[in-house]
Ligand binder design. Structure first.
Ligand SMILES: CC(=O)SCCNC(=O)CCNC(=O)[C@H](O)C(C)(C)COP(=O)(O)OP(=O)(O)OC[C@H]1O[C@@H](n2cnc3c(N)ncnc32)[C@H](O)[C@@H]1OP(=O)(O)O
Ligand SMILES: O=C([O-])CC(=O)C(=O)O
Length: 378
């Protein structure tokens, strides 16, 4: 057995999966064999969940049933609302809130005592987690901003309902289209770090709630899902600095700053999701009559292309898109989680069906044979 260390598991293939196909050099992404460009603006997030979890696009009857099942699970048990209120009062970080609340959801899940690899119970738990975390995020955001939570509605789609709960008004069609497409595009992406974390957790035959909780904690970091918030912070920094955006980005690159929203372990070219998200960012700018955020983004991309080998990833254009929709900056990463939960669950379902404990090796690099000295002799 080779003891070569593959830092960051770069290039190591550890599973077979039927979920997402990525060609990082060609800039291609597909879910279960369907190219994202063919369905991202056509299929709803609910349809994509069915595709990922069940392996096929739903028929109209299956879709209707699934949409109703998900919508019926949106509300939270009163103690969960109490926890959210407490966390909002503490001004907890929104990703930490989501991680804590997801963990608590298992206490109120009717299938909590099912065998961890019981597929039907896991689909039921998956529906509940996916349906409830948008309610938790919207309630938290409203409470910490001094507003009353808005109860979920069963007659709205997943995307519509979240925006409705967040703003206490029904969203317009452009916002719903943009948001639903963003949910679709963030739903799955191979063995990214948070998905891997969820699978490490369930490979021990731990439960689905634990897997999602691990994944949320992993998505939060700035090298992964946390980058979308940092992109917007960067765009605001440029805006507030009054600097010429061209000069700002040139200087940042020359200083060796790690530019959020650029670079990827798998893509050597522009992330295909960024193409679609960029078009929404531009459209929202045009709709509002202020293209500034989109234009800053384009300037950064152009300079990055000239000065570095890095292209935009999924987090780059989602930032200006969400900002122009009036979404608070610090909930961009939780919004990523509201979508990626679909992919985490799909991968965990695959994992349970063909499980083997994930347990790689480290190469010991410390000393050996050292002499122990008891505490009172040190
Ligand atoms: C949903 C997602 O998770 S998409 C990714 C979101 N994350 C970001 O956008 C954060 C910015 N990007 C990055 O940090 C990286 O490109 C990652 C973490 C996404 C992938 O990087 P890795 O494959 O692990 O490469 P690694 O971190 O080893 O970087 C290799 C080199 O490229 C540089 N580099 C990588 N990304 C960037 C960037 N965005 N800006 C400037 N330099 C970069 C690193 O500084 C490093 O340089 P060095 O060799 O001189 O030290
Ligand atoms: O695949 C990755 O490493 C990161 C990513 O783009 C995602 O999780 O969507």
């Amino acid at each position: 057995m080779s003891d070569e260390v593959k830092r960051g598991l770069d290039g190591v293939v550890v599973f077979e999966s039927n979920l997402s196909y990525i060609d990082g050099d060609a800039g291609e992404l597909g879910y279960r064999g369907y190219a994202i460009e063919d369905f991202a603006q056509e299929a709803s997030f609910e349809e994509v969940l069915s595709l990922l979890w069940n392996g096929a696009w739903p028929t109209p009857a299956e879709h209707e049933e699934f949409v109703a099942r998900l919508a019926a699970e949106r509300d939270l048990a009163p103690p969960v609302y109490d926890l959210i209120e407490e966390l909002a009062a503490q001004d907890e970080n929104p990703m930490a809130m989501l991680r804590t609340v997801t963990s608590m959801l298992s206490a109120y899940d009717p299938d909590t005592d099912a065998e961890p690899d019981d597929r039907e119970a896991n689909i039921a738990k998956g529906c509940r987690i996916t349906a409830k975390i948008p309610t938790a995020l919207a309630a938290f955001t409203r409470l910490r901003d001094g507003n009353e939570p808005v109860a979920p509605r069963e007659d709205l789609t997943h995307a519509e309902n979240f925006l409705y709960m967040l703003n206490d008004e029904e969203p317009d069609a452009v916002a719903v289209d943009a948001f639903d497409t963003a949910l679709v595009l963030h739903a799955d992406h191979g063995l990214n770090a948070s998905t891997f974390a969820s699978m490490v957790t369930t490979s021990t035959l731990s439960d689905l709630h634990s897997g999602v909780t691990s994944a949320i904690g992993t998505l939060a970091g700035s090298l992964h899902g946390g980058a979308n918030q940092n992109v917007m912070r960067m765009l605001k920094e440029i805006d507030e600095s009054d600097a010429d955006p061209d000069e700002w980005i040139e200087q940042a690159v020359e200083e060796g700053r790690r530019i959020p929203g650029f670079g990827h372990r798998v893509y050597s070219v522009r992330d295909p999701r960024a193409n679609i998200l960029a078009s929404y960012s531009e459209r929202l700018g045009e709709q509002s009559g202020d293209r500034k955020w989109y234009d800053y983004s384009v300037t950064i991309e152009e300079h990055m292309a000239e000065m570095t080998r890095f292209s935009p990833n999924v987090d780059f254009y989602s930032a200006s898109m969400y900002y122009q929709m009036g979404i608070p900056l610090d909930i961009y990463t939780p919004i990523f989680a509201l979508s990626r939960v679909g992919g985490w669950i799909a991968h965990m379902l695959e994992q349970y069906d063909d499980n083997r404990l994930i347990r790689p090796l480290s190469r010991y690099a410390g000393e050996r044979g050292r002499e122990f000295v008891p505490l009172d002799e040190r």
